[in-house]
Ligand binder design. Structure first.
Ligand SMILES: C[S@@+](CC[C@H](N)C(=O)[O-])C[C@H]1O[C@@H](n2cnc3c(N)ncnc32)[C@H](O)[C@@H]1O
Length: 1021
C-alpha cells in the first residue's frame, strides 16, 4: 500500500462530508482545552474538518463503494437524529438535531482507540514512515495540530510572529515535552486550592485526597508531613507541562497581586469586578463635559434591571451619575417593552453624534462625529468613571464611584513609569497601523488613538506591565530550580499567551455585557473600532477575563496539545514567508493549507496589539525569539524583496489598489509555485477556500493552475452553526470548500472548450443533486459546485476555444459558465418546488437573482458578499440591482447597532465578514414608474409581477387584464411558474401572498373564460 505507487486517495473519491460538517459546527460550542482558547487567531479552522481532510488525503482509496463506506464510517461515525427541546421566543419547541455517533471527528473522540488505528494505517500507506505534512499559512495551528495528532511530521510556517508563537505552543513545546514530568516546585505545595485540583486530576478523592492534603499540611489535623515516613514521595508530585504552567502562573499572579492590590481597592468588603467609564468631549455649544455613552443600561436580565442615571450638574459643567435598580418591565408586547427600554437606557451617542445633557436634549446632536473626531485628533477626548461593578454573594452589584475609586485610578498614573522600567522596550509607544483593508478594520486611529499605549488606561498599562515583568522573572526563578531550558521556555511562552488573553480583556475597547453581566473582550469582531464607553476589568478579580481564568484556559490547551503529541515525531515551526517554502523543506507528502484572502482580514495590523506585549514578555527568551521579535511592530510588506504578508492593502502601495492586488495575486502564485517545488512528486495539495468573492476564486484558481496543479476533488465542509438568529446572514460564511490538487503531468496536451464544458456539465449536475440532497444551500452551493467543474478544466494547461482559433477559455470565463449552471439549477428547484430539475432557460437575469435571493434570505439582511456573488452569477452587479432595478436596498454597514450586544463572549473567536448587508425590497416599495414596462429590452418577469400586484391592489382589474393580454402572460409558462413560486415563498396570511393568489386565480379564471369563449362558434382563437 505504499503511496509512492500514487494510488488515488480516499479524498479523491469519498469524504465524510456530513459528519465533518456536523462535528465542525459542534466544535464551536466546546471550549475546554480547544486551541481556540489558547490565543485569539482570526479564521481558525475547525479541528474536525482538518482531521477529516488529513485522514482522507493521507489514506489510499480502498477501491470499492462498500470499503469506502466502511472507512468513512470509521472516520466520521454515523449520523443520528435527536430531538431536543429549546426555548424560542418564550416557547419551548422541539428541534431536530443531527449528531454523529462514533468516529474520530467529534470533539472528545480525539483519543478514541481508533485514532491509533488511523495512525498505523497512515504509516503503512507511507511504507512504515511518518508522512510529512506542510501548512505554509499555519496561523492558529488547526491543520498542523491534527497532522501531529495523526503521527505525521508536521511543518508549520507563518509569517506573523504572533502566529509563530501560537504554533510553538501548539506543536513544538508540546512535542518536545510530551510525556515529561517534573516535581512541582515547593512554593506551590503550600497552595491548597492548587494542590487539591492537582490531586483530583490524578484521580484522588475522598479520604486519599484528604490524606495527601494533610501530608502537605493543607488539611486540618496535625501536618503528617512532619512525621517520619509520611512524606509524599516525589513521584506523586510529578507533573506535566500544563501543571507547571499553572504553578508558575500562580507564582506570577501572587506577585502581581502584591504589586497591584492597592490599585483595585475593596470597599465595604465587596471586591471590584470592573470600573465602567465613558469617554468625554467638550460641548461646542456650552463647553460642558459630555460623556459619550452608547447606552445607560448596566444590567438587563429578566429579574435584574439596572440603569445609570444621568443629570446635568447644577453649574452645567458636566453631569452627575447615579444608579437605578429594580426597574420594572413596561409594555404590553415585546415591541412596546423594547421601545420603553430603549428610552429608559438611552445614552448620549447616536450614529450621528452626541447630544449634550447640559444644553440640549436627546435626539438633538450637539457634537457630530466630525466634532468628536476633531477633539480626538487633538488629544482632547477625556474619560469619566461612571459606575463600579462589584462581586457579592448574590452576584454582581452596581454602585456609583466613590473618592477611593477615583484616587486608585489616579494613583496608577504615577505607577506606570516605574513598572515599565522592568519591561524591555518600556511603555508600548509603537504606532498603530491603520492600513486600508476593509471598512472598519483598524479604525480607532480615526479618533486620535495613534499608539498602542493609548488603547489602555493607565491602570491597565500598569497591570499588564506588572504581569509582564513578573512573567519575565519566571525564567530566572525556574533556572534556579534547575528546570531544563525547554521547560523554562515553554512555561514562559505559555504565560505569554495568558498575557495576550488578558490584553484581550484589559483594553479600553472592552465593554460590559449587560445581559450576561460579564466582560466582553476586544476581538468580538476582527476589527479594532472605537468604543465610546468601556469597561475596565480588575484582572485580580474572579470575573470572566481575569488572569486566573486566562491562565486556566491556556493550561488546558497545554494539556491537550501535550497529549496530542505523545506519539508524534518531530514538529517544525518556522517564521517565514510561504513564498519560500521550497527553500525550507522539500519532498513533503501533503500540503494542506488555508490561505489569506485578499483584504478579508488584516492579520498583522490587528495582531500588533498582541505582538507589542508578547515582544515585551518574550524578548531575551532565546536568540531565535529575539530574531523573530526584532522589529517594533509586525513587518507588513518588504518592497525590495516583494515579499511579506499576503493581504491586499493598498496603503502598503502608496494607495495604489491595482499594485496592491497585483502584489497579492503574484504572491499567491509564488506560494503555489513554491508548494509545487516542496511537494513530493506523488504528493497532494489541499487548499481551503473560505472566501466567497468571485474575484478571489478566479485569482486563486488561476494561480493554482499556473503553478502546475490539477484540481481533482473538492468538498464543501460546513463550519458554522446554521440555527442561530443570524443563520441567514451567516450563510455566506457557513462553509469552506476544500480543493484537492495534484501535480499536472507535464506532457498533458491543451484541451478544447466544447469537450471541457460538456464534461463539466456532467460533473456538476451529478454533484449538485448530491449537495442539494445533503442540505447545502445558499452561496455555499455555488462554491461547492466550482470544485467539480474545475476537475474538468484544470486537467489541461490551457483550454482552447474550438470556434475561435487562437483564443483560450480563460478562468473567469470558465467560472462564469459554472456559476450560471449552478444558479439555473437552484432557480430550477425553486420554480419546481418539488425537488425536480426545471429548465429555466429564457428566465431573465433580474428575476433569476430575485428568486435566488428571496429563496435564501427572504427579506432579512443578507451579507453583501453573498449578494455580490449571486449578482455576478446572474450577469448583474449589486449596484445595478440597488440603483437601476431597485430590487435591493443597502441595509447595514459595519458599525454595530447601538443597543446590540457584542456577538461573541468569553474570548470566543469572532466570525469573518465585512458586516455590510443588503435586503430585498418588498414589492410595495418597488415603485419605479417604468417598472414592468419594456425599456429597450423586455421587462423582467419579477417587475411584471410586481406591476400587476400594484394594479391589483389599486383595484384596477381592467388594467390588470389589459397588461396580461398585451404581454401574453396567460400562456407564458415561465411567468406562471414564477407566480406560483412567489406564492409559495410569501409568508402565509401575508398581504403579498393574498394578492399573488388572487392574481393567480384571476388569471386562471379569465383563462378558462377565454378558452370557453374561443370554443363558442364564431369566435376565433
Ligand atoms: C486563513 S489564515 C490561516 C488560519 C489557519 N488555518 C488556522 O486554522 O488558524 C492565513 C494565515 O496566513 C498568514 N500569512 C499571510 N501572508 C503570509 C505569507 N506570506 N507567508 C506565510 N503566512 C502568511 C497569516 O498570518 C494567517 O495566519
Amino acid at each position: 500500500m505504499d503511496l509512492h505507487e500514487d494510488r488515488p486517495r480516499l479524498i479523491e473519491h469519498a469524504f465524510p462530508l456530513k459528519q465533518a460538517s456536523i462535528d465542525s459546527v459542534h466544535e464551536k460550542n466546546v471550549r475546554h482545552g480547544h486551541i481556540s482558547t489558547l490565543h485569539i487567531w482570526p479564521a481558525r479552522r475547525p479541528l474536525a474538518a482538518c482531521r477529516a481532510a488529513l485522514i482522507a488525503t493521507l489514506l489510499p482509496d480502498p477501491g470499492t463503494p462498500q470499503e469506502r463506506r466502511r472507512l468513512l464510517e470509521k472516520i466520521g461515525g454515523t449520523v443520528v437524529k435527536n430531538i431536543q427541546k429549546k426555548k424560542l421566543h418564550g416557547k419551548v419547541v422541539e428541534v431536530e438535531k443531527e449528531e454523529t455517533l462514533g468516529g474520530v471527528l467529534h470533539w472528545g473522540n480525539e483519543n478514541n482507540p481508533d485514532m491509533e488505528w488511523f495512525r498505523q494505517e497512515i504509516r503503512k500507506a507511507y511504507g512504515g514512515r511518518a508522512p510529512r505534512v506542510l501548512d505554509p499559512f499555519a496561523g492558529g495551528g488547526a491543520i498542523p495540530l491534527e497532522a501531529m495528532r495523526l503521527g505525521c511530521e508536521a511543518t508549520a510556517i507563518d509569517i506573523n510572529p504572533v502566529a509563530w508563537f501560537i504554533l510553538k505552543c501548539t506543536l513544538e513545546y508540546p512535542q518536545k515535552l510530551a510525556g515529561q514530568k517534573r516535581r512541582l516546585p515547593d512554593f506551590i505545595l503550600k497552595d491548597r486550592d492548587f494542590m487539591e485540583e492537582f490531586f483530583k486530576s490524578q484521580g484522588l478523592k475522598g479520604a486519599s485526597l484528604r490524606t495527601m492534603l494533610q501530608k502537605l499540611g493543607l488539611e486540618g489535623g496535625s501536618p503528617l508531613a512532619l512525621l517520619k515516613g509520611f512524606e509524599i514521595p516525589d513521584a506523586v508530585l510529578e507533573a506535566d507541562l500544563a501543571w507547571h504552567v499553572r504553578a508558575w502562573g500562580r507564582w506570577v499572579l501572587e506577585r502581581a497581586r502584591t504589586d497591584l492590590d492597592k490599585y483595585y481597592p475593596t470597599i465595604d468588603g465587596k471586591p471590584t469586578v470592573a470600573y465602567l467609564w465613558a469617554r468625554t468631549v467638550k460641548c461646542k455649544n456650552c463647553s460642558a463635559t459630555i460623556p459619550l455613552l452608547k447606552t445607560r443600561w448596566l444590567c438587563r436580565r429578566d429579574q435584574k434591571r439596572v440603569v445609570l442615571t444621568m443629570a446635568a450638574k447644577k453649574d452645567k459643567t458636566g453631569v452627575e451619575f447615579g444608579i437605578d435598580k429594580d426597574l420594572p418591565v413596561k409594555g404590553k408586547n415585546a415591541a412596546e417593552r423594547r421601545e420603553h427600554d430603549k428610552k429608559l437606557g438611552q445614552g448620549t451617542m447616536s450614529r450621528n453624534g452626541a447630544w449634550c445633557p447640559c444644553c440640549g436634549k436627546p435626539g438633538t446632536v450637539a457634537m457630530n462625529l466630525d466634532d468628536i473626531r476633531e477633539q480626538g485628533l487633538s488629544g482632547r477626548i477625556g474619560t469619566h468613571m461612571t459606575a463600579v461593578i462589584l462581586e457579592t454573594r448574590d452576584g454582581k452589584d452596581y454602585r456609583p464611584p466613590v473618592t477611593r475609586d477615583l484616587q486608585a485610578a489616579n494613583l496608577a498614573i504615577e505607577g506606570v513609569p516605574d513598572v515599565f522600567k522592568r519591561v524591555p522596550f518600556g511603555i508600548p509607544h509603537e504606532s498603530i497601523n491603520t492600513g486600508s483593508v476593509r471598512k472598519g478594520g483598524v479604525s480607532v486611529t480615526r479618533w486620535g488613538y495613534a499608539t498602542w499605549e493609548q488603547l489602555f488606561s493607565h491602570r491597565q498599562l500598569l497591570a499588564l506591565g506588572t504581569f509582564v515583568a513578573n512573567t519575565r522573572d519566571v525564567s530566572q526563578a525556574m533556572s534556579v530550580l534547575q528546570y531544563p531550558v525547554p521547560f523554562q521556555d515553554a512555561v514562559r511562552a505559555y504565560l505569554g499567551m495568558a498575557i495576550d488573553k488578558l490584553v484581550d480583556y484589559c483594553a479600553t475597547l472592552c465593554t460590559w455585557h449587560i445581559t450576561g453581566e460579564k466582560m466582553s473582550h476586544v476581538f468580538v469582531r476582527y476589527a479594532l473600532p472605537i468604543t465610546w464607553d468601556f469597561a475596565e476589568l480588575n484582572p485580580l478579580s474572579s470575573s470572566s477575563g481575569n488572569y486566573s481564568a486566562c491562565l486556566d484556559w491556556v493550561a488546558r490547551v497545554a494539556h491537550h496539545c501535550t497529549q496530542s503529541a505523545l506519539t508524534a515525531p518531530r514538529q517544525d515551526v518556522t517564521l517565514a514567508s510561504a513564498m519560500k517554502v521550497d527553500r525550507i523543506t522539500k519532498g513533503v507528502d501533503a500540503i494542506i493549507t488555508d490561505p489569506p484572502y485578499y483584504d478579508a482580514i488584516p492579520y498583522a495590523d490587528l495582531t500588533d496589539i498582541f505582538y507589542v506585549w508578547l515582544r515585551r514578555v518574550l524578548s531575551g527568551l532565546s536568540p531565535e525569539a529575539d530574531e523573530g521579535l526584532a522589529t517594533a511592530v509586525i513587518p507588513k510588506w518588504d518592497h525590495t524583496a516583494s515579499d511579506g504578508e499576503l493581504v491586499d492593502d493598498e496603503s502598503r502601495f502608496g494607495g495604489d489598489s491595482t499594485k496592491s492586488k497585483e502584489a497579492y495575486e503574484n504572491g499567491m502564485f509564488r506560494v503555489f509555485e513554491a508548494c509545487h517545488g516542496a511537494l513530493a512528486s506523488k504528493g497532494r495539495l489541499v487548499i481551503v477556500f473560505a472566501n466567497k468573492q468571485p474575484d478571489a476564486w478566479e485569482a486563486l484558481v488561476s494561480a493554482i493552475m499556473r503553478a502546475g496543479f490539477v484540481v481533482d476533488a473538492s468538498w464543501p465542509i460546513q463550519t458554522e452553526m446554521g440555527n442561530r438568529t443570524r443563520a441567514l446572514s451567516a450563510a455566506a460564511l457557513s462553509s469552506s470548500v476544500w480543493l484537492v490538487c495534484k501535480r499536472r503531468i507535464e506532457s498533458t496536451p491543451p484541451g478544447w472548450d466544447n469537450r471541457v464544458l460538456d464534461e463539466m456539465r456532467h460533473n456538476i449536475h451529478k454533484r449538485l443533486r448530491e449537495y442539494w440532497d445533503a442540505g447545502i444551500r445558499g452561496p455555499d452551493f455555488v462554491w461547492a459546485a466550482t470544485g467539480p467543474a474545475l476537475e474538468a478544466y484544470s486537467k489541461h494547461p490551457v483550454v482552447k476555444k474550438a470556434n475561435e482559433p487562437g483564443e483560450v477559455l480563460t478562468v473567469p470565463e470558465f467560472l462564469r459558465a459554472v456559476r450560471r449552471i449552478v444558479v439555473d439549477f437552484v432557480v430550477g428547484r425553486v420554480l419546481s418546488r418539488d425537488g425536480a430539475d426545471t429548465d429555466v432557460s429564457g428566465l431573465d437575469d433580474v428575476t433569476t437573482y430575485y428568486l435566488l435571493h428571496r429563496n435564501d434570505f427572504a427579506f432579512d439582511d443578507a451579507p453583501a458578499g453573498a449578494c455580490i456573488l449571486y449578482a455576478v452569477s446572474c450577469g448583474l452587479s449589486d449596484s445595478a440591482l440597488c440603483d437601476s432595478w431597485d430590487v435591493l436596498l443597502r441595509s447595514g454597514g459595519s458599525e454595530p447597532d447601538d443597543e446590540a450586544e457584542p456577538e461573541t463572549e468569553n474570548g470566543d473567536e469572532p466570525e469573518e465578514g465585512s458586516g455590510a448587508t443588503l435586503r430585498l425590497r418588498p414589492w410595495h416599495q418597488r415603485k419605479r414608474k417604468s417598472m414592468g414596462y419594456d425599456e429597450g429590452r423586455p421587462a423582467p418577469l419579477i417587475d411584471q409581477v410586481h406591476r400587476l400586484m400594484h394594479l391589483w391592489k389599486a383595484g384596477e382589474v381592467v388594467k390588470v387584464d389589459e397588461y396580461v393580454e398585451e404581454r401574453g402572460l396567460r400562456r407564458h409558462e415561465l411567468f406562471k411558474r414564477v407566480l406560483q413560486a412567489l406564492i409559495e415563498l410569501a409568508p402565509p396570511a401575508s398581504e403579498e401572498r393574498s394578492i399573488l393568489e388572487s392574481l393567480s386565480n384571476h388569471l386562471a379564471a379569465r383563462g378558462a373564460t377565454r378558452a370557453r369563449e374561443r370554443d363558442l362558434p364564431g369566435i376565433e382563437a
